[in-house]
Write a protein that binds this ligand. Structure first.
Ligand code: HEM
Length: 460
């Protein structure tokens, strides 16, 4: 019998580890704790729930085996997200009929081929971003906020034919504040005892109001379509309203369409905005990589050449920058799984059926077993010859298996295009010498990240 206990940081009687967990950036804290447990696994008792964290690539390989582990919703923030995302794709239980139905109906809309169809809308919104920055010449811009405007407007226009017109306004759209409030509250609820949640009456009221703001927006998106406004019928919304599931012949229920629209508005922009922000930050910190990126953009798109889909697909440096950014700054820093039955991983750690097992992306993506000079931003890791040598389970920015990100190609196409256009037009200076200040709210992004933007002149 080779079983060993899963070690834990010391807790407090009755309260376990709950009081140790900070209100802000809990996942960053879980990442720091990982350094104390080089075996690649540790456990904690949080709000009365036993949780296990894994980041050794070989243990993660086992947790990624879908015959043994499933995507956990209960006992995670996703359970609370269901207050507003219901049985949308992201928060649906694997056994819910809604998951399979929506997955089969929407999958064709996310193939690489389908991306060509969204390119026009992606370009239009990316040009809005460029227009705004040209008007801000020489002034500081809030990088993360503007990438959030970009990604929100892009998913709304290409998925739903709906225009947020975020670049016309000084303030961020009220939808975003409501979303941030609701995400933060659901995170908090997942880390405290239900008794504590019930005591916070004012927060509960605000939570209800934020959900209402988001629902109303979704309803207006659907109403515009029903009234024949907006664009293409074969976009995401068209499929959600009209298409039938090839397996069961059924359509999505009305309530489920609402939950899916909200799910895609959130999942479809938060993460990509984080990716672009972290990529821009990484380029500022790595001037030799920035120089390679400028060289690629100038070679493929000299002067003011407008990018087309085929050119974007020919890029090599920019996609490697995005991959390396997702390694060091995965916007979704934790994914939750659970064993289908009692099991043992690594030949020694026993896990009971249903235990919450979280994969910590940060520690996994920098695990010394899988990565040389793990903290170094090195885009050459992603050259084909080096990629082939990588550990197969040491990189999971888009999750795992059937529950992996459906929007991956969408995100990467959009981010390639946006970064290309921005580099074609601008140079940046970090006049405040920005220090990375990560903000977690389910996803993570750099907080208060500002840079001064200037147009690039000929031969610069
Ligand atoms: C699922 C990451 C962009 C829609 C996921 C998951 C991850 C992820 C890690 C799995 C979560 C889990 O296991 O709990 C990312 C990253 C993105 C990105 C890093 C950008 C860089 C997008 C975009 C869309 C999208 C652009 C939509 C257009 C979804 C949906 C799911 C999902 C609907 C749930 C899929 C399912 O369970 O069936 N994403 N995502 N994501 N993502 Fe993304």
């Amino acid at each position: 019998n080779d079983l060993r206990p899963i070690r834990s940081p010391r807790g407090i009687p009755l309260l376990g580890n709950t009081p140790q967990i900070p209100d802000t950036n809990p996942v960053e804290y879980f990442g720091k704790l990982s350094k104390q447990f080089p075996e690649g696994i540790y456990g904690m008792d949080i709000a009365g729930i036993e949780q296990v964290f894994v980041y050794d690539p070989d243990l993660v390989a086992e947790v990624s085996d879908e015959t043994r582990f499933f995507k956990q919703i209960d006992k995670t923030p996703l359970h609370h997200l269901r207050d507003f995302a219901g049985a949308g794709l992201f928060t649906a239980h694997q056994h819910e009929e809604e998951w399979g139905r929506a997955h089969r109906i929407l999958l064709p809309a996310f193939s690489q081929r389908a991306m060509r169809g969204y390119f026009g809308q992606m370009l239009e919104i990316a040009q809005n971003l460029v227009g705004k920055w040209e008007r801000r010449e020489g002034k500081p811009v809030k990088i993360t906020d503007d990438y959030t405007r970009l990604t929100l407007d892009t998913i709304a226009l290409s998925g739903f034919g709906y225009r947020f017109e975020s670049f016309d306004k000084e303030e961020l759209h009220p939808f975003l504040n409501a979303m941030l409030g609701a995400l933060t509250e659901s995170m908090r609820r997942s880390q405290e005892l239900p008794m504590m949640t019930r005591l916070r009456k004012a927060d509960a009221k605000k939570y209800g109001e934020n959900i209402q703001v988001m629902r109303e927006l979704v309803e207006s998106v659907i109403k515009e379509r029903r009234e024949g406004k907006g664009s293409a019928e074969d976009d995401l919304l068209g499929l959600m309203l009209e298409a039938t599931d090839p397996e069961t012949g059924k359509r999505l229920d009305v309530d489920n369409v609402r939950d899916q629209v909200l799910t895609f508005l959130i999942a479809g922009h938060e993460t990509t905005s984080g990716l672009l922000s972290f990529a821009t930050y990484s380029l500022m910190r790595n001037p030799h990589v920035l120089a390679q990126a400028y060289a690629e953009v100038d070679r493929l798109l000299p002067g003011d050449t407008v990018p087309d889909y085929d050119t974007i697909m020919k890029l090599d440096v920019i996609p490697r920058i995005l991959e390396e950014t997702l390694r060091l700054w995965a916007p979704i820093p934790l994914i939750a799984k659970a064993p289908i039955d009692d099991t043992v991983i690594g030949g020694r750690y026993a896990l009971k059926k249903g235990t919450r097992v979280s994969i910590l992306e940060g520690p996994l993506h920098t695990h010394p077993k899988a990565w040389d000079r793990p903290e170094e931003f090195d885009i050459d890791r992603w050259l084909p010859e080096n990629r082939a040598k990588q550990h197969p389970h040491a990189y999971k920015p888009f999750g795992n298996g059937v529950r992996a990100c459906i929007g991956r190609q969408f995100a990467l196409t959009e981010a390639r295009l946006a970064l290309t256009l921005v580099l074609q037009k601008f140079k940046f200076s970090d006049t405040t010498d920005y220090n990375m200040d990560v903000r977690e709210a389910l996803t993570r992004k750099p907080g208060d990240f500002e840079l001064v933007v200037r147009r690039r002149l000929e031969h610069e």
